[in-house]
Structure formats: structure tokens, C-alpha cells
Design a binder for this molecule. Structure first.
Ligand SMILES: [Zn+2]
Length: 341
């Protein structure tokens, strides 16, 4: 590995076999601590010759399913059942995760829009740069765990970037996505997710097979969302042969995962003015163009008619807004489009 420009220093040696716990120390000199650092927790399990896996959560700090899943997993994995290396970062944007916020309270940046980062930038950009150029550069596979956060709830969905020029690589990716056993898999444009600023594009740039996933949200965890996340991660690691849990995850029925297209037009539904949001469609509903999605009500002028919001594409409802208050520009629903067969 070439010398990194990053100021971030790990307290653990990633090349050492066994289990190692510590921190990625991001120098942070502030009023209350002139010589301070931001302590981003990291764990490495290494044994044998299998692939290197990077598991990240807390890229958005208000998405808790991945943070809880990875925290539980750290206590369960033992190096003797590992073949390869599993690197776990449960609070990737640590300041955001510590504050329970999507974006960092230090620099207001959204880590999943900041790759490839900047080693001399504000903390979120430094984290993006380190994750991409050091951790993803080491990894053969990366799984970045997300959910809807505080403002959305998502149905369990694996996200991946399609359109690989190598057919063999594309087939392996589809196998991996299917092995997780989520009800849905959403294909996003290759190399073009959020202008290449998201973690999957970072993985692709570094030659790792990167996927992401949505496992609930609403700013909390539910038994259902946590279960889907925990089972999904166990299946992912088992499929890659990098971890053999004492209790294997339940098998996935062939054909269980429905693949959807996230590249079609008009999949997102937005509020076009201020109002109180009444969702009509529910997660997992199959909707048609023109079908009622919900209403925006105006209790401040109760004599005013509610706005009916309609879907502008056909598809499956993947996520919906949680807070009742909405204004122009707020996302209310997101669809996945059926893939023509
Ligand atoms: Zn997220």
C-alpha cells in the first residue's frame, strides 16, 4: 500500500492476525481540546487466506440498524471461524453517529455525498478519503449498511450498481445480492450513484465489490428491521465464505429477491408546498402512474382543499417519509421500477 496522505491514524495493525479493537484517530484541535482527536471505533478479525471484507454503518448517524447489528457482531465473531479478514466500522461518520444525526454537526456534511473525500478537508471529507483510499483499497468486498434514518422508513432492500462491463463480475454480484435474501434489490446506475460521491462508487474506484442496503429507519430500530439487517449481514459473510457462524443463517428460497430498477425517471415523489403529510400508499405497495400517494393538509386554513399527491411512475414503494410536517422539496415516497422481462 502506498503511503496515505491521511492524517487519520489507526491504533490497530490491519495486517496482524487475530482480533484487534481500537480507533481511527482523526486529529481534531478545538477549543475544549487543543490536542484532541475524533475516535472512530474499528475492529479487525483476520485469519486464513480468504477475502477482505469491509463492513460499515453510521455513514449516516441517525441510521441505527447497521450500528446495532455490527456492534452485536463484534462480540460474536471469533477469529478461528474467520477465513480472510473482516474490518468493522460501526460509526463511520463518528461525530454524526454520536449526535444521532444524518450529517456531521462539525461540518454539516453528508459522508455519503463526500467520496472520494479530501485528506486536508473538514472531518467528514477526511473520513471519506480514509475509508476510500485506505480501507476500501484493502478490501475485496464492502457492505455499507443504511436505512431511512429519521425522515424515512425503507423496506428491506439491497442496493447495487449494475452495468459492469465484465459479465462474470456482474453475475457474481447478482449472486451476492441474492444471497442476502432481502425481498428487494434495487439496481442503481454504475459509477453514477449521487455523482460518484457515494460509498458504492468509492468501492468501485478501489476495485472492491461494493454493495449497500436499506434496513428500516424512522430514527429507531424495530425487531423486524434489526432482524432483516442481522440476517442479511450473516448471509453475506457466509456466502463469501469469510465467516462460519456457529448457527448458520436461514436459507434463502430461490427467486425470493425481486430485482427492481432505480434508474427510471420520476421514481421519487416530493411535496410541492407546505402541509401535513397523510401517506396513503404503504411500503411494498405496487402502484400505477396517477395513483394517489397521499395528501397534504392545511390545518392553518382548514377550509382550503388538501393537495392530492399522485405517483408519476409505476413501481413498488421502497420508502416513505416519516415526519408529518412537509414542505416543498421534501421527499415523500421513493419507488423501484419493475424490470421488464
Ligand atoms: Zn443512509
Amino acid at each position: 500500500m502506498s503511503e496515505s496522505l491521511s492524517s487519520i491514524e489507526p491504533t490497530i495493525d490491519f495486517s496482524a492476525p487475530g482480533e484487534h479493537n481500537g480507533f481511527l484517530k482523526l486529529p481534531h484541535s478545538v477549543h475544549r481540546s487543543a490536542m484532541g482527536y475524533i475516535p472512530i471505533p474499528v475492529v479487525s478479525f483476520k485469519n486464513g487466506t480468504g477475502p477482505v471484507i469491509l463492513l460499515t454503518a453510521g455513514v449516516h448517524g441517525d441510521e441505527y440498524e447497521g450500528q446495532v447489528t455490527l456492534t452485536k457482531l463484534v462480540k460474536e465473531i471469533t477469529p478461528d471461524r474467520v477465513n480472510g479478514q473482516i474490518i468493522i466500522v460501526p460509526m463511520t461518520n463518528f461525530p454524526a453517529a454520536k449526535a444521532g444525526l444524518r450529517t456531521s454537526p462539525i461540518d454539516d456534511l453528508n459522508l455519503n455525498r463526500e467520496f472520494p473525500g479530501d485528506p486536508f478537508g473538514p472531518p467528514t471529507r477526511q473520513i471519506a478519503h480514509y475509508v476510500e483510499t485506505v480501507l476500501m483499497a484493502m478490501a475485496d468486498y464492502s457492505f455499507d449498511i443504511h436505512s431511512g434514518g429519521s425522515s424515512l422508513h425503507t423496506i428491506t432492500t439491497v442496493l447495487f450498481q449494475g452495468g459492469k462491463s465484465d459479465e462474470n463480475q456482474q453475475a457474481k454480484l447478482a449472486e451476492l445480492v441474492t444471497a442476502i435474501g432481502a425481498p428487494y434489490a434495487l439496481e442503481l446506475p454504475s459509477g453514477g450513484v449521487k455523482g460518484n460521491r457515494a460509498s458504492m462508487s468509492a468501492a468501485e474506484r478501489q476495485g472492491a465489490i461494493g454493495i449497500s442496503g436499506e434496513f428500516g429507519g424512522s430514527g429507531t430500530v424495530t425487531p423486524e428491521s434489526l432482524e432483516s439487517c442481522e440476517v442479511g449481514v450473516r448471509r453475506y459473510l457466509s456466502h463469501l465464505g469469510v465467516w462460519t457462524p456457529e448457527t448458520p443463517p436461514p436459507a434463502v428460497e430461490p427467486g425470493y429477491t425481486e430485482f427492481l430498477d432505480g434508474t427510471a425517471k420520476n421514481l421519487n415523489v416530493y411535496a410541492e408546498r407546505v402541509g401535513l403529510f397523510e401517506p396513503i400508499a404503504q411500503l411494498g405497495d405496487r402502484v400505477e402512474i396517477g395513483q394517489t400517494a397521499g395528501f397534504l393538509h392545511h390545518p392553518d386554513t382548514p377550509w382550503q382543499a388538501a393537495e392530492e399527491i399522485k405517483f408519476e411512475a409505476a413501481g413498488v414503494v421502497m420508502s416513505k417519509r416519516i415526519p408529518g410536517l412537509a414542505e416543498r422539496g421534501d421527499g415523500l415516497f421513493q419507488l423501484g421500477a419493475p424490470i421488464a422481462t
